[in-house]
Design a protein around this ligand. Structure first.
Ligand SMILES: Nc1nc2c(ncn2[C@@H]2O[C@H](COP(=O)(O)OP(=O)(O)OP(=O)(O)O)[C@@H](O)[C@H]2O)c(=O)[nH]1
Length: 306
């Protein structure tokens, strides 16, 4: 627990990331800490595929939160790439938050992650028992005990992102483990993720709505271009391509007479307009990129770098 006790007047700044099985509430927690919607949340696992940063600015500290994808056993090449991304993130941050939901028993997946974390010796790990609003007091107490048996943690903190409970305690403990440093991102921006990536995530989220069971991980979105319309300062043209793996999936995404795609486009457009505060014209096309999840060249094109 090095670096916890020191003068309260010193400014601290650094990086934190959250790990945990899919669906344990990492994105929701990050959004609650940052106080604005930055990552994309969903009721289905593995929607977060990129390290999206949110920044918590305080008078005495700046905490840069790197939201990592769910750490899981690799199944496809995409899975392996996600995991190597996660592992390299773990060694680069100042503190790790390991999320375990209060309302589910600790399982194989949690133990797998606990083992990985034990190997990352240099970074302190704070265990976070999430979704405490879904469990009674007794259940939360049992979970805290179970978590304490799972590994060596700097702290174990129960929180509820939904109810806004204990978020200040969590932020304090995360910040206490950051190095003394001036702000890393002056100016207080909430996110350093390029706008195009966020826009792509919003489109993907809209496209997944209603077809998650049919196409769980088969949709990728690339925003090719974003530019203000010539002669207009209130309209942004966005050109995006949605990739699916098979022609049958293309048919699902487009829907009868294009109705579904039209709906996806108008929902995504509303979200993008809300994010960027300008009118948006969205040109959205669907392409088949055969088995993109398994093809290294396609993965690079779609933004999953080595
Ligand atoms: N009741 C309750 N639900 C929560 C809380 N936090 C998250 N959830 C719900 O749990 C589900 C998963 O939350 P996410 O934040 O997307 O989980 P994640 O761990 O980021 O998931 P991946 O991106 O798949 O790794 C969503 O339906 C959330 O609304 C909480 O504190 N209380």
């Amino acid at each position: 627990m090095g670096g916890v006790s020191s003068s309260a007047t010193e400014f601290r700044a650094g990086f934190a990331c959250f790990v945990g099985r899919p669906n344990v509430g990492k994105s929701t927690l990050m959004n609650a800490l940052v106080g604005s919607k930055v990552a994309i949340t969903s009721t289905k696992p593995q929607t977060t595929r990129r390290a999206i940063r949110g920044i918590v600015n305080r008078p005495d500290a700046q905490l840069v939160v790197v939201d990592t994808p769910g750490l899981h056993r690799p199944r496809t090449l995409l899975g392996e790439r996600l995991d190597s991304l996660v592992l390299s993130t773990l060694t680069e941050v100042d503190v790790i938050g390991f999320c375990l939901p209060a309302d589910e028993a600790i399982g194989k997946g949690d133990r797998f992650i606990a083992e990985k974390l034990a190997a990352v010796k240099k970074t302190p790990v704070i265990a976070i028992v999430t979704k405490c609003d879904l469990a009674g007091r007794e259940r939360v107490a049992e979970q805290l005990l179970a978590v304490s048996r799972l590994g060596e943690f700097a702290e174990i903190i129960p929180v509820s992102a939904a109810a806004g409970e204990q978020l200040d305690v969590l932020a304090r403990e995360l910040i206490a483990r950051l190095p003394v440093s001036p702000p890393l991102y002056p100016g207080g921006e909430l996110t350093d993720e390029p706008e195009q990536v966020l826009v792509g995530e919003l489109i993907r989220e809209a496209a997944l709505e209603g077809v998650r069971d049919e196409l769980p991980h088969s949709i990728a979105v690339v925003v090719e271009e974003m530019a203000p319309r010539e002669g207009r300062d209130d309209l942004l043209d966005v050109y995006a391509q949605m990739f699916v793996e098979r022609p049958s999936q293309k048919a699902i995404v487009i829907g009868p007479k294009g109705a579904r795609l039209k709906d996806v486009g108008s929902r995504a457009r509303a979200q993008i307009e809300a994010l960027l505060g300008t009118h948006v014209y969205l040109d959205l096309r669907v392409k088949v990129a055969k088995d993109w999840q398994r093809d290294p060249k396609q993965l690079r094109r779609l933004g999953f770098y080595d």
